[in-house]
Ligand binder design. Structure first.
Ligand code: FES
Length: 120
């Protein structure tokens, strides 16, 4: 008997969990003040019954440290910046559940141009 194909998640959410050692001048996404954001995201997902269809992933640096805390929502290459718990809640409600990215929390265009073309 053939098994039905295992479905893909609808979204992956890559949350940058990089922290710089104390005293390092370079900014990073995880500091004393922002260290609870991944757990907040995961709790919100569980509360809404989204675990499985949506996979939150802890990742290292996504290359936009100046604008941290950041997270990338796929599909769509949606990079959210300067996150807070309130912003995460709204992104879950409007983008993940509602299907509409929250435009004002996305990275400004000058920092997120067209993807690099590998064939040039
Ligand atoms: S430390 Fe998060 S993007 Fe670099």
């Amino acid at each position: 008997m053939q098994m039905p194909a295992m479905p893909q998640p609808t979204f992956y959410i890559f949350k940058c969990e990089q922290s710089s050692p104390p005293g390092m001048p370079k900014p990073s996404c995880v500091t004393q003040e922002t260290q609870g954001l991944f757990n907040h995201l995961a709790s919100k997902m569980m509360e809404k019954g989204l675990m499985g269809p949506v996979q939150p992933i802890r990742t290292s640096c996504l290359g936009r440290c100046q604008m941290g805390p950041v997270m990338l929502v796929e599909p769509g290459h949606h990079m959210y910046v300067q996150l807070s718990k309130e912003k995460i809640d709204r992104i879950v409600e409007e983008h993940i559940i509602g299907g509409n990215p929250v435009q004002e929390y996305l990275i400004p265009e000058q920092f997120w141009g067209e993807p690099i073309n590998l064939n040039q």
